[in-house]
Structures are given as C-alpha cells and as structure tokens.
Ligand binder design. Structure first.
Ligand code: AMP
Ligand code: MG
Length: 344
C-alpha cells in the first residue's frame, strides 16, 4: 500500500536521475570536445630570438600569438628602433605604455631584492662591452667608471606613466626580463581563449600548463649543458617533467666573446661595471611568473652561487638549478631541495 511519503520519494529520485543524466551529458560533451582537439604549433622570430608555442585546441591561435608578441616587441624591444623603450632611451618620448610600466615596476622589485645585481639601467655598459647596439669600445678603467655614473636603478623614477632618467644619457635595457614577460603575455592570452594545455617558449624561457597530449603526458623541458659546443650539439644537462610552471635560464655560454684569452659574457655586474667573471655557468629559475624567472636567472649569474642560495632561502616562491665550476674546475650542480626531479 503506498505511504504518504511515496510521491516525495519519487520526486527526489526523479531529480537525482535528471542530475545524473546532466552529468553524463556534460562528461560526454567534454570528452567529445577534447577528442576534437589537436596539438597546434607556431614558431617564428621575435625580439632578436626565436619563439615556439604548442597547445591543444580546436582552433589555431597563431595569428593572435604573433600579434601579442609584436605588442611586447613594440613596447620593450631594443631590436626595434621605434619601440616605446627605444624612444624613451633616445629621449624622443617620456611616456611609458602599460607593458613597459609593468615591466619597469617588476624590474625595480627585483633590483631591490637582489641588492642591485639586477638593474635595467646597465644599458650603457652593455653597449660599451659590445653586447648592445653600439660598437665595442676599448674600455679603460676610467671609461668604465664614467659609464657607471649613468647606471643605477635609483637613478630611474616613474612619475605616473612618465619615465624620468636622472641623466639623459641613461639607457634602459629590458633584455633580461622581456623574453619572460612575452612568455607570460602569450600564456595569459591562451588562458583567455580557454586553452588548458600549452607550452610557450621565447628564447629559452618557458611556461607550461596542463599536459602535452590526451594521454596525460607531462611537458618535458631540457636544461642545456653550459658550453657553446654542447648547445650547438643539443646536449642536455638534465630533462625535467614540468607541471604548471614558469622557468628561465641564463648562461654565460649563450652570448660571449673571447679576447686576449679571456671570456666576456653578456651579464654585467652593475657594482663593478665589468662583465661577470665567476664560477656560475648557468642559472635556471622557476618562479610564479616567467618575467620573474627571467630576471632572477640573470640576477643569479651576477650574484654567484653563495648569494643566490641566500636569496633563495628567503624567497620560497623561487627554485633554482645552478650549474657552476667547482674548486677543482669540474662542472657541478646545486639545486633547490624542491626543484623538479629529472625524467629518468
Ligand atoms: P638574460 O639572457 O636574461 O640573462 O639577459 C641578458 C641580457 O640582460 C644582456 O644581454 C643585457 O642586455 C642585460 N643585462 C646584462 N647585465 C644585466 C644586469 N645586471 N641586470 C639586468 N640586465 C642585464
Ligand atoms: Mg633573464
């Protein structure tokens, strides 16, 4: 005999069945949509280096990606004589755009936390040492000293959107942070498009998210052995399995010249005015954003292993893998305890 509670019971059951049907339909639709997705890929040249972007999506966003990188180039690149930064350097304008403001603010934060090892005002020294756009000067200690007078993040000020240089001859060089920033911008663009799985790389700085294929294979990123020959031969020091992170590498093997038996690499110590000459061969950093990873990787080249380790102890959001030459002249590695394990 039906009880008074039967109709209520069947209503609840009906609601549950409807909900279950909805869940099944939603799952089937997600699986079908995912099955349609293919690995998209685009690559090319930007800021005087190369970029590669791989992502799983039904649509090709290659044109949007290039447009976003060109916006970063038009703001920050010194390879582009008409970029906002080039125009500010030459005194043609003082007004920064939104991207440049964001990067200069982040650069100042990193300058402060690295005690000035990171400094985007090194431009005059970068040029004088032959890594910029001017011809290599023959550098006497007196000349280095006079150029150092034009260098210092404390000589650069933002007044609203205006960039104020203490000396008109100052040259701002965002080359140690712009690639990472470009990677962040492309990653953000893909997220806005609803892409969940991607690998964005500009000049060796990368952001990965999600996975590489439908089977859940993680993205694998290699760290080069720190010699020019090894890089040319594609030799890896280690290969990492990465999940949702930003990673950047700086190395003295990436851009250098040799003169009178000495190697001059492209990282300048703002405190001395000279190219860095110590035992760190390469620094790879994982950070919350690729711009920070890029800036700290360059900073660690300047700071050396001991100071880098000290800073890493205070900044738990950063992890590093540092290749250096030990006292016996052998290549050795120091890494943060939580740095990702290599793929076996
Ligand atoms: P990265 O490959 O990211 O280490 O950047 C190297 C570039 O950063 C150099 O080619 C210079 O343009 C610039 N640079 C050199 N020394 C410094 C420094 N101490 N702080 C900020 N940028 C620097
Ligand atoms: Mg850098």
């Amino acid at each position: 005999m039906p009880t008074a509670s039967s109709p209520r019971f069947s209503l609840r059951t009906a609601v549950r069945i409807l909900f279950l049907l909805f869940l099944i339909a939603a799952t089937v639709s997600i699986i079908r949509r995912r099955a349609d997705y293919t690995m998209q890929q685009c690559s090319g040249q930007i800021f005087g280096t190369t970029y590669t972007v791989k992502y799983i999506a039904a649509e090709d966003y290659g044109a949007d990606i290039l447009a976003e990188l060109q916006r970063v180039d038009a703001s920050l690149s010194l390879f582009n004589g008409q970029s906002t930064l080039s125009r500010i350097n030459s005194g043609k304008q003082a007004e920064a755009d939104a991207m440049l403001l964001e990067v200069l603010q982040l650069a100042e934060k990193v300058s402060q936390s690295t005690n000035g090892a990171f400094d985007v005002t090194v431009g005059p020294l970068v040029n004088a040492w032959g890594f910029g756009f001017a011809r290599r000067d023959s550098l006497s200690p007196a000349r280095v000293d006079s150029l150092r007078a034009l260098v210092g993040h404390d000589k650069l000020r933002l007044d609203g959107t205006k960039v104020i240089k203490a000396d008109a001859r100052m040259v701002i060089d965002c080359g140690a942070i712009a690639k990472g920033y470009g990677v962040d911008r492309v990653a953000a663009l893909l997220r806005r498009k609803g892409v969940a799985d991607y690998m964005v790389e500009v000049g060796g700085e990368v952001v990965v998210r999600g996975q590489k294929d439908k089977n859940g294979t993680p993205w694998a990123i290699g760290i080069n052995k720190p010699t020019a020959e090894a890089v040319a031969g594609g030799e890896m020091q280690t290969v990492l399995e990465l999940h949702d992170c930003a990673l950047a590498t700086s190395g003295n093997y990436l851009n250098f010249y040799e003169e009178n038996g000495r190697r001059y690499a492209h990282t300048i110590d703002p405190a001395t005015g000279y190219p860095v000459q110590h035992s760190v061969l390469s620094a790879t950093v994982i950070a919350p954003s690729c711009a920070e990873a890029d800036a700290y990787a360059t900073s660690f080249m300047v700071m050396g292993l001991d100071k880098a380790r000290k800073l890493l102890g205070q900044h738990k959001e950063l992890k590093a893998y540092i290749i250096y030459s030990n006292e016996q002249g052998k290549t050795a590695v120091w890494q943060s305890p939580s740095f990702p394990a290599p793929i076996q």
